[in-house]
Design a protein around this ligand. Sequence first.
Ligand code: FMN
Length: 158
Amino acid sequence: MPINQQEFRRVLGHFAAGVTVVTTRGEDGTPYGLTATAFTSVSLEPPLVLVCVDKRAESHPHFHAAQLFAVNFLAVDQEHLSRRFAATGGDKFSNLVMHRGTTGAPVLSDALGHLECRIVDVVEAGDHTIFIGQVEAADARDGEPLLYFRGAYRRIGG
Ligand SMILES: Cc1cc2nc3c(=O)[nH]c(=O)nc-3n(C[C@H](O)[C@H](O)[C@H](O)COP(=O)(O)O)c2cc1C
């Protein structure tokens, strides 16, 4: 018998995660994105990562259509961006320093790091879709990461 959802969420909250904003673009070039902690590296050769996106998310169909995404690692001073991208609706990208990456995905220029990916596999898994992407470009800068642990934003040592 599966564990009840409340207990599942409580225990999952004890796993400390880095916070990302995963972005893609619509067919007309409109940028879409959401806050996601369900991100992991998968393979070094070829370089693969995955992100799990809720099927109810507004941005979900655009990942399918665009076949590309970027993963932006948030820095400790970017909690406001995590909150902004964790809410559906509104212009999430207004007043953001961003640029179009080599794949065409929107990249948050001030993020701690980013990976630009071409989707090579899609796995339907319960109420989420796992998008597996091959990394085509990546960059990172010095700085401290934003963390999420037991329902709160944290910093290393804080
Ligand atoms: C810390 C945090 C982590 C999250 N991680 C994920 C995730 O990994 N996958 C996901 O689909 N949603 C995740 N969410 C929820 C989405 O960010 C949220 O549903 C968002 O509104 C979706 O945006 P959209 O509907 O505009 O696509 C997370 C939210 C927070 C606050």
